[in-house]
Write a protein that binds this ligand. Structure first.
Ligand code: GLC
Length: 442
């Protein structure tokens, strides 16, 4: 193993790039940022770019085999009359979320920031002529939100993204073995993102899987992954790195991402990875799409979304819930309504989610638990049986109360745990019982 690492380091050095991350020891400020991240428990994802104009999701270019030169003409029409970074940040704050993750550049290759490394960006190539990331950075600061930046490894427009991966074959890219130039381009952009906008909470990579059919296509050296990670941590040691590669985390990553699955589930098919020890995050759509899709009105209800957040917190993970703004920059009404509804719920019950950790009691048929200090929050999501057995003993239970109204809940302690007896009409969204113990819950 050691000789492999040395060989890799030599290879990287030969290519003029540092492969520093295998021995990665997170800086103290990074460790602190991880806890801050976990405390948030809830963030909002925003997918927005030229594709919004087509109203068919962020994969429209690939799905419709749009030639990249023609696709780029969308930039001439990118003039979102209702874009307001402030309104976005306010909506995220009102939802009770602690951070906003924004697509600084998606697979189509268009950057939503003023980039010297590529003129194909919102400030230089559009009548809009504004730096969306810059405006968001300021708005997030005003609202006390952390700003995370999604950044695509994959690019359907650049000819130096070569050899092609398995997507975007119909976009007319002509290649020429300039992979190193592509790596250099990404390094320049990452440097811009980490030096021009103040503290960045996280870089959220995506698209690494594009080369999974190529021998060695998922080797970190191929992507200079460790060089990128080293660069990010050098520029901002506290910046968290996550990569939606659907694999077990690579050294240098600070959070582990699950796509459309709560850790431990694999309903969507991308979550075969192990649950590791890094802070966890599940990203999920509010309807069925990430980028704006004009025909997609299949929104999950506010109650469903709240229950999803609760179940995610019960697995000790954050929920990154997506919104896809319209082409004019406004947030869809259905999304706003849900953000507000979740915010109202969190105002009342946020104590049982934010700042908590997944509870000592693993998820059961009746629901999940979260905990903080000497309090265990029992989230009863299925109250069909009014008697709920919470298998946690060895710590004296002082009180059990309904979070909704503070009324006492009957309980019987046994050495193995406690049996709660729910009375009255339990809240069908989430009936929360707060158990206060004598000692800190280990
Ligand atoms: C997938 C999709 C991408 C989306 C991401 C969000 O990787 O390819 O379009 O941005 O999921 O999780």
């Amino acid at each position: 193993m050691k000789s492999v690492l040395i060989a890799l380091a030599l290879l990287a050095a030969a290519a003029g790039r540092a492969a520093a991350q295998p021995g990665y020891v997170p800086a103290p400020e990074n460790i602190e940022a991880r806890e801050r991240f976990r405390d948030h428990r809830f963030g909002i994802f925003i997918h927005w770019g030229l594709y919004a104009l087509l109203g068919d999701g962020e994969w429209a270019m690939h799905n419709k085999n749009i030639e990249c030169g023609e696709y780029a003409r969308l930039a001439d029409a990118f003039c979102p009359s209702r874009f307001s970074a402030r309104e976005w940040a306010r909506a995220v704050r009102e939802a009770g979320a602690g951070y906003l993750c924004f697509t600084s550049r998606h697979h189509d290759g268009f950057s939503l920031f003023d980039s010297d490394a590529s003129g194909y960006n919102s400030a230089d190539a559009t009548p809009f002529a504004r730096d969306a990331v810059g405006e968001l950075a300021e708005a997030c600061r005003e609202q006390g939100l952390d700003l995370h930046l999604y950044y695509s490894h994959l690019d359907w427009s650049r000819s130096d993204y070569w050899p092609l991966g398995r997507t975007g074959h119909g976009t007319g890219r002509t290649g020429g073995g300039e992979w190193d130039s592509y790596l250099g381009f990404m390094e320049s952009q990452l440097t811009e993102l980490l030096t021009r906008y103040g503290p960045i909470g996280a870089i959220w990579f995506d698209g690494y899987w594009d080369r999974d059919e190529e021998p060695g296509g998922l080797e970190p050296e191929r992507w200079n992954l460790y060089g990128q990670y080293e660069l990010i941590h050098r520029l901002q040691p506290a910046c968290l790195i996550g990569n939606n590669h659907h694999m077990n985390p690579f050294p240098g990553e600070d959070i582990q991402i699950f796509e459309r699955d709560i850790p431990g589930e694999n309903l969507y098919g991308y979550s075969e990875q192990d649950i590791g020890t890094l802070p966890l995050e599940t990203c999920q759509t509010m309807n069925r799409s990430w980028g704006y899709r004009i025909t997609d009105t299949d929104y999950k209800s506010t109650e469903e979304l709240i229950r999803y957040l609760v179940r995610t917190a019960g697995m000790d993970a954050n929920l990154l819930l997506n919104v896809g703004p319209r082409p004019d920059g406004s947030l869809p009404d259905q999304a706003l309504e849900r953000l507000r509804g979740m915010g109202r719920w969190l105002e009342r019950y946020g104590e049982s989610i934010r700042g908590t950790r997944g509870g000592v009691v693993a998820p059961h048929g009746w629901g999940v638990t979260t905990q903080r200090g000497n309090r265990l929050y029992v989230h009863v999501l299925d109250a069909s049986d009014p008697r709920v057995f919470v298998p946690y003993g060895g710590n004296r239970l002082l009180s059990a109360v309904r979070m909704a109204d503070g009324s006492a809940v009957r309980f019987t302690s046994t050495p193995e745990g406690v049996v709660l007896t729910l009375a009255g009409e339990p809240d069908p969204t989430d009936e929360i019982i707060v158990l206060t113990y004598k000692n800190e819950i280990e």
